[in-house]
Design a protein around this ligand. Structure first.
Ligand code: NAI
Ligand code: MG
Length: 492
C-alpha cells in the first residue's frame, strides 16, 4: 500500500505563524444596527437626523450606524450635565458618589469579554490586548478613583476643593474604552459632570459604557456620551457652559483647542503626540531589552502616543541588537485581531494606514535602510508589516515626527551625553525607556530626559496610581494618580 508522503517537514515548528487559528467568538458581543446619543440618562435620536457608519478595519465590513451630534445636540447634552451638576451630583455626599463609580467598575468587569470583543472588532487591536490590557485597566481606573471620592481632603491636605462643573471630554481611537475611563472616573470622583465624545472610528465601547451607566442608575445627566467627528468636538470645546476641556489626540487639534479657549475661563488638560526614545546601553540584558522594544512600538500597531518609536543603541551592541530585533520581527503574527494568537492587528483606519505608508516612503527617500518582516498580510482590511529603519539621521522626518504606526527608527550612540541630547531632540516629550544594568545610570537618565514618563528596563506599563502626561508639544496636565485629581478641582 502506498503511503502518503509524511508531513513532518510541514509540521515542524518553523515560526509562530504555524499556529492554528484561535478566534474569539463574535457572538458573545451584541452590536445593535444603530446607536443613538446618550443624553440625560436616555438614548436620544440626534436632532441632526444624521448617522455615519462604523466599520471593522480588519474586514472593512460595516458594524453599525452611529448618530452624529450637531450643535443643538451638544447644547442639550451640556444643559443636561449642568442641571445634573447643580441639582444632584455636586450636592451628593462624596461616599455616595463613590458607590456609583464602584458600581461602574464592577459592571465593566462583569461584561469584560463583551467589551474586549467589541473593542477589537471596532478598532482593530488584537483581542489579547483588549482582553488583557484595555478592559481590565479601564475597570481599574474606575476602582481607583472611586476610592478617592471621599478622601479628597487627604489628596489636598489643609485645603478645600470644589468641583469645576461640566467637563467636556474628547478622546481618540487608539484606546477607546480606556480613554473614556481615564477621563470620566476622576471627573466624577471630584464631583463634576461630563459630556464625553469618543472618536468617530471607535464609538461602540463608549456607547456600551453608556448602557452600563444607565443600568448603574447614575443620576440622569451626570454622564452624557455623544458621538460625531471633529465638528461635534469643536461644538463641545466652544460651548459657553463648559468649564473644562480634557482632550487626548493629535497635537494639531490640541493647538486648535488652545486657541479656541484662550481668553475664556475654561481649564484644559491636553494629552497629545509623542516620539518616545528607547535607549539600550551595552550593559543591558539584551534579550529582555529587545522584547521591550518590540512591545513598545508594535503593541497596538504603534497606535500609542507613548510608543517607543525611536531606538538608540550603544555602538558596541548595535549590530547584535539589530540582528535580534530582525529575528523577533519575523516571528510576530500580523493578522485577524480577533484571533488570540495575533500580535499585530489592523491599522485603525484607511486614513491612518495612508499616513503610515507615507512615512515609510519618506524614510526610504531620506536614505534610511528599511527592513520589514516577510509575513503575508490579509487581503482585506488595513494592515501594515512591522517595519524598522536603520541608517537614520537625527534630522530625518522619521526620527522627528509622530508616525503612529508600527515603524521604528534606530540610531546608535556612544556616550550618555550624546544619547540624552538626541533623545530630547524632538518637539515632543511624553515618554522614554532606559535599558541598563546600573541603577545609577537609570537615575542619571531619568533626571535629564525631558519626558513625562521614563520606564526603566520595561516599557508601556500603566497603573491608575501613576500620573501620565507630557512636556513640550506632548501637551500639559497629568492624568492618573493623585495628580489626575488636580485636573478636576478648584483649590479654594
Ligand atoms: P484627532 O486629533 O483629529 O482626533 C482626536 C479626537 O479629536 C477625535 O475624537 C476627533 O473627533 C476630535 N476632533 C477632531 N477635530 C477636532 C476639533 N477641531 N475640535 C475638537 N475635537 C476634534 O486625531 P486623528 O485625526 O484621528 O489622528 C491624526 C494623528 O493624530 C495620528 O496620526 C496621530 O499621530 C495623532 N493622534 C494621537 C493620539 C494620542 O493618543 N496622542 C490619538 C489619536 C491620534
Ligand atoms: Mg483629525
Amino acid at each position: 500500500m502506498a503511503t502518503k508522503k509524511s508531513n513532518t517537514i510541514k509540521l515542524k515548528f518553523d515560526s509562530a505563524r504555524s499556529l492554528a487559528p484561535a478566534p474569539e467568538s463574535k457572538s458573545a458581543a451584541k452590536i445593535d444596527p444603530q446607536y443613538e446619543l446618550f443624553i440625560n440618562g436616555k438614548m436620544e435620536k440626534p436632532q441632526s437626523k444624521k448617522y455615519f457608519p462604523t466599520i471593522n478595519p480588519a474586514t472593512e465590513e460595516k458594524l453599525s450606524m452611529i448618530a452624529e451630534a450637531n450643535g443643538a445636540d451638544v447644547n442639550k447634552a451640556v444643559t443636561a450635565a449642568r442641571n445634573a451638576y447643580a441639582k444632584t451630583w455636586k450636592k451628593m455626599p462624596p461616599a455616595e458618589r463613590a458607590k456609583y463609580i464602584y458600581r461602574i467598575a464592577r459592571m465593566i468587569q462583569e461584561r469584560a469579554r463583551e467589551f474586549a470583543i467589541i473593542e477589537t472588532l471596532d478598532g482593530g487591536k488584537p483581542i489579547r490586548e483588549s482582553r488583557d490590557f484595555d478592559v481590565p485597566t479601564a475597570a481599574n481606573h474606575f476602582f481607583y478613583y472611586a476610592g478617592w471620592a471621599d478622601k479628597l481632603e487627604y489628596a489636598f491636605p489643609n485645603r478645600r476643593t470644589e468641583p469645576l462643573g461640566v467637563a467636556g471630554q474628547i478622546i481618540p481611537w487608539n484606546f477607546p474604552l480606556l480613554m473614556a475611563a481615564w477621563k470620566i472616573a476622576p471627573a466624577l470622583a471630584c464631583g463634576n459632570t461630563v459630556v464625553l465624545k469618543p472618536a468617530e472610528n471607535t464609538s461602540l465601547t463608549a456607547l456600551k459604557l453608556a448602557e452600563i451607566i444607565q443600568e448603574a442608575d447614575l443620576p440622569p445627566g451626570v454622564v452624557n456620551i455623544i458621538t460625531g467627528a471633529g465638528a461635534t468636538g469643536a461644538a463641545i470645546v466652544n460651548h459657553p457652559d463648559i468649564n473644562k476641556i480634557a482632550f487626548t489626540g493629535s497635537t494639531e487639534v490640541g493647538k486648535i483647542i488652545q486657541r479656541a479657549i484662550a481668553g475664556t475661563n475654561k481649564k484644559a488638560t491636553l494629552e497629545l503626540g509623542g516620539k518616545a526614545a528607547n535607549i539600550i546601553f551595552d550593559d543591558a540584558p539584551l534579550d529582555q531589552a529587545v522584547e521591550g522594544v518590540i512591545n513598545g512600538i508594535f503593541f497596538n500597531q504603534g497606535h500609542v502616543c507613548c510608543a517607543g518609536s525611536r531606538l538608540y543603541v550603544q555602538e558596541s551592541v548595535f549590530k547584535e541588537v539589530v540582528r535580534k530585533l530582525k529575528d523577533r520581527l519575523e516571528t510576530l503574527i500580523v493578522g485577524d485581531p480577533i484571533d488570540k494568537n495575533t500580535d499585530i492587528g489592523a491599522i485603525n483606519s484607511k486614513a491612518q494606514l495612508d499616513i503610515i505608508n507615507k512615512y515609510i516612503k519618506i524614510g526610504q527617500q531620506e536614505g534610511a535602510e528599511m527592513y520589514q518582516s516577510s509575513c503575508a498580510l490579509p487581503k482585506k482590511g488595513f494592515f501594515c508589516r512591522p517595519t524598522i529603519f536603520t541608517n537614520v539621521a537625527q534630522s530625518n522626518r522619521i526620527a522627528q515626527e509622530e508616525i503612529f504606526g508600527p515603524v521604528l527608527a534606530i540610531q546608535s550612540f556612544r556616550t550618555d551625553d550624546e544619547v540624552i541630547e538626541k533623545a530630547n531632540n524632538t518637539p515632543y516629550g511624553l515618554s522614554a525607556g532606559v535599558w541598563t544594568d546600573k541603577g545609577s545610570k537609570i537615575f542619571n537618565m531619568t533626571t535629564k530626559l525631558r519626558a513625562g514618563v521614563v520606564w526603566a528596563n520595561t516599557f508601556n506599563k500603566f497603573d491608575p496610581g501613576s500620573p501620565f502626561g507630557g512636556y513640550k508639544e506632548s501637551g500639559y496636565g497629568r492624568e492618573g494618580g493623585v495628580h489626575g485629581l488636580n485636573a478636576y478641582v478648584n483649590i479654594v
